[in-house]
Design a protein around this ligand. Structure first.
Ligand code: PLP
Length: 387
């Protein structure tokens, strides 16, 4: 029986050449030839003020949390519907993650709940652009500005996504990208921290944090004749070998996105009719003021029982579908922090009743036909059983 895996990385074919070239150039540590190329590419394509390549989005989030000097008792608001890294960055600085509700249509941070959760201890908000569709950034920016709160965009899903013409990652004080193997454009492990113009004064500090607490970045630019230990820091630079791999992917960023869009549109075209049935509640749609990178395709069902049935049946037919994000507030760590599973009902409901379908350029027309044909069979079983 054919097996359709959940994710396959895209390869442009140039990865090997660029990696070999990086090896021949000899500088395989951080900030070499390909790191500069990737940097320039991202800054130009997305009109970003300053990009610092990192070893992961997790590390970019950690750097952002350090840059705003989070302290004990500070609070940072974020959706519970996210990955552990969003909250860990805040915890590492001794501050408190405060979990907010998401919206039922995009599964993105609900600006009204963000506003409701602001206290005099709130220092920052971390909107997560779920599935590659941007949050309501105008509302979020307005609320953040009124309350003097930093915005750190968790744009791990959203490289090459736009909101009203602005790139994800370019709208907050800081933006964090991921190039993890599970994302659209990959270096295996990798990420980027974006520092926007309002925080320009923090670029030097960020360079020091990223370079083990030294001013080596200034030394490499020839601004000083030796480098030394000048502050706190760690090592957040990716190897130039990984950036060579990433550059091969970024050169085809729009082509990769177009291929993912085809899969997304195919699913939407064929699944739209099932929204009239009461067991299927939501399929993704891209609001007209946004451009998606088509990172995730999801289906939200009426309840967990139906979701689990569809998941099990798809797997039986060899189609790998998965669910997403055990909400942070109801995870074991969330409980340790004092949150209760009873909170954030909508987040719980969405996490319990959604699944994600395979979406990547390598899916063939016959793969897609098989997935839709299988879903039709499963859906007719559900409607015959009366939902
Ligand atoms: C994948 C992901 C991250 C972490 O990315 P890494 O590059 O693997 O560290 C952070 N936030 C969200 C929302 C993610 O999905």
């Amino acid at each position: 029986m054919c097996k359709i895996v959940f994710n396959k990385i895209y390869l442009s074919g140039k990865e090997k050449d660029y990696i070999a070239d990086a090896l021949i150039r000899g500088n395989v540590s951080g900030d070499g030839h390909y790191t500069r190329k990737v940097n320039e590419f991202l800054e130009e394509k997305f009109a970003l003020e300053q990009v610092l390549m990192t070893t992961s989005a997790t590390h970019a989030l950690e750097m952002a949390a350090q840059l705003i000097n989070l302290k004990e008792n500070d609070e940072v608001i974020m959706p519970s519907f996210s990955f552990s890294s969003t909250a860990n960055a805040v915890l590492k600085e001794g501050a408190k993650p405060v979990f907010a509700e998401i919206k039922p249509d995009t599964f993105n941070l609900d600006p009204l709940d963000f506003e409701a959760k602001i206290t005099d201890k709130t220092r920052a908000v971390i909107p997560v652009h779920y599935a590659g569709i941007s949050c309501e950034m105008d509302q979020i920016r307005e609320i953040a500005a009124e309350n003097n709160i930093y915005i750190i965009e968790d744009a791990a899903h959203a490289v090459n996504s736009f909101y009203r013409g602005e790139a994800a990652g370019s709208m907050g004080d800081f933006g964090c990208y991921s190039f993890h193997g599970s994302k659209n454009f990959v270096s295996g492990e990798g990420g980027a921290l974006i520092i926007n113009s309002r925080q320009k004064k923090l670029i030097k500090k960020a360079e020091i944090i990223r370079e083990k607490g030294t001013n080596r970045s200034r030394f490499l630019r020839g601004e000083i004749d030796k480098y030394s230990w000048v502050g706190e820091g760690s090592s957040y630079l990716p190897s130039d070998i990984l950036m060579a791999l990433l550059f091969a992917q970024l050169e085809e960023i729009d082509d990769i996105t177009a291929q993912r869009k085809k899969v997304f549109d195919y699913y939407n075209y064929h699944l739209n009719e099932f929204l009239t049935q009461d067991f299927l509640e939501v399929i993704p749609s891209v609001p007209s003021d946004r451009k998606s990178n088509y990172h995730i395709y999801y289906l939200k069902f009426k309840n967990q029982k139906i979701r689990d049935f569809v998941l099990k049946e798809l797997r039986r037919y060899g189609i790998e579908a998965v669910f997403h994000f055990l909400p942070l507030h109801s995870s074991p760590m969330g409980k340790k922090l004092g949150y209760s599973k009873e909170e954030l009902r909508l987040t719980n409901d969405i996490a319990d009743s959604m699944l994600r379908l395979p979406i990547y350029p390598d899916l063939s027309r016959s793969d897609l036909e098989f997935i839709i044909g299988t879903l039709r069979v499963i859906f007719s079983q559900i409607s015959q059983a009366g939902g």
